[in-house]
Design a protein around this ligand. Sequence first.
Ligand code: HEC
Length: 375
Amino acid sequence: MFNKIVIAFVSVLTATSIPHVSADDDLRARNDAIIVRAIERMEGYDFRTDNHVIAALSRHLERVAGTQEYLDLAKRFRPDGMENQLLELIVSGPTDSVKSESAELLLQTDNGPKRISDLLRSENQIKASKACQTLGLLGNDLARGLLTELIQVPEVSFEIRKQAVVGLSKNGAGQNTILKLVTDDQFPAEMRLLAGGLLARSNNENIRERSSRLLPQPQQKNAAPIAPIDQLAGMKGDIVAGKKLFEGVATCSNCHIINRIGKEVGPDLSEIGSKLSREAMYTAILDPSAGISHNYENFSVLTLDGQVISGLKVSDTDKEVVIRTAEAIDRKISQDEIELVKKSDKSIMPENLHHAFDQQGLVNLVEYMVSLTKK
Ligand code: HEC
């Protein structure tokens, strides 16, 4: 009975033809809203049976795009084309719950998981990062699956994968997923330090205990703990003190050039602030073997007379192999003196460099490196 009255009412409204004059836009908007309110209350009513209602609803949806109301209507009516609107809401919805409910709704559609997965890999890092955060809030199986996939794609930037790890770490199931990946050797090395720092703060004792074994955190020289890197990244350092450390007791200049000062064993760091985020910088120092790039693979050469020479392979010809040692010396070894050449999975950059200074020193050092941006 109620439905019949409403349908009659709706058909009166939709039959009222409104000319395309801007003064009447308000009236049309008001009518559309009334129609939408009416059909919302009609249980089991299929709005797709009436073209006027379809048009009214779609105009109304356009007006409320980007709001909680859009989401509520999308949940109720699943209008055509809602995927694009929901993607927008996932990235910039007005509240966390609108964001995560939009993701939940989109994940229920046929194409949804693929659309979200594309968004996570988008060139637009800000959008991708926000989408990652939303999936972290959602925390269901599908969301967890997408984040888990993402952290294993090496082409995806450190920043986005960091968001994915943070997202996973937000609940027990995600924390278990991380530990399972670590156990199965599927967890990316350059994310281990970050993940260990996050899981050390889990409210589940069992997870904290497993994490301390599988993802041990670095310590200071006196065995005092170092803050997890996501917290270090929020601390402020002293650039001048950092520069002094870099060129002095920290020995970084023995291997890195900054503005033409230093030796060239590792990469030139003159513009490192434009390349790495703070978290990535802390990871590079505290866990140097985590992300060895192709150009800096560390080799050990065993000679026939039993010497071992380790360092970067500068060249490898029929005649000789040239190895640059950690002291920045190029050693030439003739091919017929070589017994064995072996690639190491450890970086030539030493572990525990941070034992030469305290936590504040580390923060100063990173502050200095962050300041080294492209001119
Ligand atoms: C014995 C040589 C050596 C010393 C000493 C050393 N590094 Fe390195 N560093 C390297 C090498 C080699 C790489 C490239 C490693 C790789 O890809 O694994 C590297 C990589 C890095 C990176 C990453 C660069 C990039 O482009 O991703 C940073 C940042 C860095 N080092 C900072 C430091 C700081 C800070 C210190 C001093 C506390 C230091 N390094 C001391 C050899 C060294």
